[in-house]
Design a protein around this ligand. Sequence first.
Ligand code: BES
Ligand code: ZN
Ligand code: ZN
Length: 507
Amino acid sequence: MQIEARKGKIDQADEEAILLGCFEESSRLTGALQSVNNELSGAITDLYATGDFTAKLGQTAVLYLQGRLKSKRIILTGLGKKKEITIERIRRAYGHAGKKIKELKIKSVSVQALDSDQNRIKLRESSQAIVEGISLANYKLDRYTTGNDSQKKALQNLTILTDDRRKLSEIEKGVKDGEIFSWSTIFTRDLANQPSNQLTPSQFGQAAQKLAQQNGLKCRVLSKSQIEKLGMNAFLAVGSGSNQPPTLTILEYLPPLKKVDTLVLVGKGITFDAGGVSLKDTENMLEMKGDMMGGAVVISTIAAAAKLKLPVHLIGIVPAAENLPSGTALKVGDILRSHSGKTIEVLNTDAEGRLILADALSYARSFKPDAIIDVATLTAAIKIALGPICAGIFSDHQGLKSKMIQAGERSGERVWPMPLWDEYEPFLESDLADIKNVGGRWGGASLAAVFLKAFVGDVPWLHLDIAGVDFKDKTIDLEKYYSYWTKGATGFGARLLLQFLKDWKNI
Ligand code: BES
Ligand code: ZN
Ligand code: ZN
């Protein structure tokens, strides 16, 4: 999709559709909306008068112009009450408009930029949110049907318009941000939506290598024998049931500025989680092609950070493997010597994420980072606790925690803090090894997090459990709120981490 900012009058635009945001208040017909209304001899006033459209957030209306303007139609999207406006509400409003654009198969659209004074929301930010809402809502699943041309039917050109030349540079910056933020989500969705026969651990590594080439990053993809040399036996054990060899991807972004902080991002890269010998049932296995979404979030965030030239040194680590049952698979009761030297008793092979992350986190420490962040579709328990609405975060570091919550509010990918207390530790005590990988039913998300904590040591660390929000829920309709989510993977986490890194100043 081509996205640009341009100076011009919305009623002169010749794109297939023109799009305007409307507020609920009586002073709603101002600026561009008023001049369009005048051009159309009060058509928008008439629409309001019917009560069919009150500009509530979530409402859209389409007016057909019968040649009265160059464009064929106007799309109006409700922004709700002016005093309630937030960045996320703008993103959602334009997500609704984006869904309309998708439904009508519109290929080019001109959008009126918002005024700069929307409740302290800067023009740059509102422009970014407009771009994100529309482009994320227009995402189409890559389909594997023959003769498929769905990508050609999608929106091709998106223009943000202002008639004030002084505003153009701020809008341009917002458009650029919006494009890169959306790209990171879309790239994550694409990877998570790929079935496991299209995205093996090796192919995950290749995808990272391609990203590195395109964005000037360093990338190494370690093979099984190299992983063996590092002593990552917990990670290797998880992959041992599959014919597909595991890979360890290490992606690095060095910013132009030297004296900057180093952050390691670790992502769970299970390209398929059958559960191993603790086999899942079919229903619970269905979405397990997306068990590498944390890994996808990590590599797309780093590539996007490079595109934005953010002043932070980033290292991404993604252990990738398939968790399958077989004659060579990890078994219940096995004891593993992890990269850290700690021994782990495996009492459920379906708690595999924490095994590969234990090794990756302990390896991450060797880079002497200022902080480590991990992202993983780790536990069903987090979905039970929070629902398919937000992610859980776990950290003993108040600074990291509050920064992540703030990034969640700004990006619309919200997170909620969960406990990481010592009281959870006894549940993981093993009779035979230093720790066991499961500890019963209660507090499952915290138990997993406390398990990880045992391998991080004293580096500032934050863990993000995204298992609840990896795929758009099929049973509950969240469209009203998360208008910019589409069928399949949400890509949750990429924009969140990118916002977190953009605001990074040291902790
Ligand atoms: N990949 C799953 C977690 C998951 C569940 C992700 C639902 C997305 C949606 C993870 O590897 C897993 O199987 N966890 C087990 C742990 C249990 C055995 C302690 C779980 O949550 O049931
Ligand atoms: Zn599992
Ligand atoms: Zn898993």
